[in-house]
Design a protein around this ligand. Structure first.
Ligand SMILES: C[S@@+](CC[C@H](N)C(=O)[O-])C[C@H]1O[C@@H](n2cnc3c(N)ncnc32)[C@H](O)[C@@H]1O
Length: 149
């Protein structure tokens, strides 16, 4: 299920003061978020990782049609990736995936600066900012400052 427009806007707002490092969508789905972000930040690298074939294929197609040169979408498990220097991670996943991301960031060398999550918290971290969306569920969007190792 893709992020709602309200969630996208909150995520995009949280990316504004995060430097120039790559923005990485963990599970980029059909590309809704990465495509908008690649347009919003033409000078910034935007990366998506998506395992499911059809959403990945459609998002690749859209990327080509729209000629988004700063966007790369990989058909890969994001848990098996070394995130680039100064990365800003964004995600809209499920609690089990958040626990796996937390473990990965705790145990591996990484250079992640921020993690922005739509709806689901990182269990053992305190967000530096939280917004509550004006939607039916009052869904939260969190931004965490991560310590590079
Ligand atoms: C709820 S969708 C969110 C899509 C998009 N990020 C958005 O906000 O609209 C989550 C996506 O993550 C993908 N996904 C889940 N675990 C993954 C993993 N370990 N590696 C790559 N993609 C994954 C799923 O296939 C799904 O397309």
């Amino acid at each position: 299920m893709p992020s709602s427009m309200r969630a996208y806007e909150a995520v995009a707002k949280f990316t504004e003061d995060t430097g120039n490092g790559p923005i990485i969508d963990l599970g980029s789905g059909w590309g809704n978020v990465v495509i908008r972000l690649a347009k919003a930040y033409p000078e910034r690298e935007v990366i998506g990782y998506e395992l499911s074939l059809l959403p990945w294929f459609i998002s690749q197609l859209l990327k080509s049609i729209l000629r988004l040169k700063n966007l790369r979408i990989h058909r890969k498990n994001f848990l098996a990736v070394n995130f680039a220097d100064q990365s800003v991670l964004i995600c809209y996943l499920v609690p089990e995936s958040m626990a796996k991301i937390q473990k990965k960031l705790k145990t591996e060398q990484h250079h992640v600066r921020y993690l922005i999550s739509n709806n689901f918290a990182l269990p053992l971290h305190t967000p530096e900012h939280t917004v509550t969306l004006n939607d039916f569920y009052n869904s939260p969007v969190y931004r965490y400052r991560m310590k590079a190792k």
